[in-house]
Design a protein. Structure first.
Length: 120
């Protein structure tokens, strides 16, 4: 299991998919192509965006996960492929989807919680 933490606390359930993307952010005003097709690029930052998905999880764990990501921003500790080590980055979470799967022994299980974490 990966050591993934939000605000220093290990996440409530291990994800089935943890897919970092390395994003280049360019200045929209100064990054242009010339008439002969040459790109004059003004990269202003390199950020991370992470797609995360979980297998079916019971109500108490999904609730704990969603609460861990409920802040406007939070500190995410995770293994970063570009850094080649664990890093901590300030992130925010986008839309969080989780279709209800089933109820078993009085416990609701949620299928496939998905979210996107984006570096601030």
């Amino acid at each position: 299991m990966l050591d993934i933490r939000i605000n220093g606390v290990r996440i409530a359930a291990s994800p089935s998919i943890f897919q970092p993307t390395i994003l280049d952010l360019d200045n929209a005003e100064t990054t242009v192509r010339t008439s002969n097709g040459v790109l004059n690029r003004d990269r202003v930052a390199v950020k991370r965006q992470i797609q995360v998905e979980w297998p079916p999880i019971p109500m108490p764990k999904i609730s704990a996960l969603l609460k861990q990501m409920s802040g406007v921003t939070f500190q995410l500790y995770y293994p970063d492929p570009m850094a080649g080590t664990y890093v901590t980055k300030s992130m925010y979470v986008g839309d969080r989807t989780a279709p209800m799967a089933f109820e078993k022994n009085g416990v609701v299980w949620w299928e496939g919680l998905k979210c996107t974490l984006t570096e601030t």
